[in-house]
Design a protein around this ligand. Structure first.
Ligand SMILES: C[S@@+](CC[C@H](N)C(=O)[O-])C[C@H]1O[C@@H](n2cnc3c(N)ncnc32)[C@H](O)[C@@H]1O
Length: 292
């Protein structure tokens, strides 16, 4: 049961997310290979669990610029289709442009007003994915119920989230850098949606079970999250794509930003002294089936 206050808080949170992801959507497209190529183990893990087949109709919630929607599109061809859904119209526009660039004809991207309103007929999809998306949603149970409704009986859903910041090198390093210059709670509230706010496998599996998914299988493993050729590029990648931090970075006095940049160059160089910056993180996967 959600109260009027909870609904208002959820709307405010979505407005914040929409604004933040709009600010970095072009950068996500520009930098997409820095995530998709090193992050292939994550996407492949999701696809292994979801087991897409040619001819199937898939749904990808919080699709960003198309990961894993575009990989799924290749797997359900010929004859299959992927619908990518995202809260941010700007992300949807970038994903649409990426799909056109890559010649993916069996994928379409659409904006959703909220995570519980997918605009998809009940029972119309064979499988669904959500990669690094649920943790940003204010009403996760509504999102998973909506995915469940969109699937046919026997349909599969695989969700991926990240482990806690201490187990995710990119967040451990960047939280450390940022918090030396500004108070961290200003950046990532301890409660509420954020990149590492759904870091418990029990919580993730409970979300699927409570929505009605059965036969839940899970995987936890360590995998690269992104790759950059050197420390300066790694920090640029982070400062251009980290939705929740972008407004904060834009508002920093130039001297604070300069000190943070220098700190970041030192921290990344110390952590990756011998070549490319390829930080790993703990990956949580959960896959459930809608009962027949
Ligand atoms: C970290 S990105 C992940 C994108 C992509 N799945 C990937 O793995 O590269 C998170 C995405 O979640 C979307 N998002 C945030 N809140 C959402 C919500 N309530 N409903 C749907 N999408 C949401 C954002 O717009 C953003 O595109």
């Amino acid at each position: 049961m959600t109260t009027a206050d909870q609904r208002t808080a959820a709307r405010t949170e979505r407005d914040r997310q929409r604004e933040e992801w709009a600010l970095c959507s072009a950068a996500w497209r520009r930098h997409r290979r820095a995530f998709t190529d090193p992050g292939r183990a994550i996407t492949e893990g999701m696809l292994r669990l979801a087991a897409p087949r040619p001819g199937e109709r898939a749904l990808d919630l919080a699709s960003g610029v198309g990961n894993p929607a575009l990989a799924l599109a290749a797997r359900v061809a010929p004859g299959g289709h992927v619908l990518g859904l995202d809260l941010s119209p700007e992300m949807v526009a970038e994903a649409t442009a990426v799909a056109a660039e890559e010649g993916a004809l069996n994928v379409e991207f659409r904006t959703v007003p909220d995570e519980g309103t997918l605009g998809v007929p009940d029972g119309s999809r064979d499988l669904a994915t959500c990669r690094a998306g649920l943790q940003y949603m204010p009403d996760r149970p509504a999102a998973v119920r909506a995915v469940h409704a969109a699937l046919r009986p026997g349909g599969r859903f695989v969700a991926m989230t990240l482990g806690a910041a201490e187990r995710c090198v990119p967040f451990r390093l960047t939280n450390g850098i940022v918090s030396r210059h500004v108070p961290l709670p200003a950046v990532e509230p301890e409660t509420g949606p954020g990149p590492v706010s759904l870091s418990s496998l029990d919580e993730l599996t409970a979300l699927l079970a409570e929505a009605g998914f059965t036969g839940i299988r899970t995987e936890v493993f360590e995998a690269p999250i992104f790759e950059a050729p050197d420390p300066a590029s790694a920090w640029d990648l982070f400062t251009e794509t980290a939705g929740p931090f972008l407004k904060l970075f834009a508002a920093l006095p130039p001297e604070t930003r300069k000190a943070m940049d220098e700190d970041a160059a030192r921290v990344f160089a110390e952590a990756f002294p011998a070549g490319p910056v390829r930080p790993t993180g703990e990956i949580l996967l959960a896959c459930g089936t809608k009962p027949l």
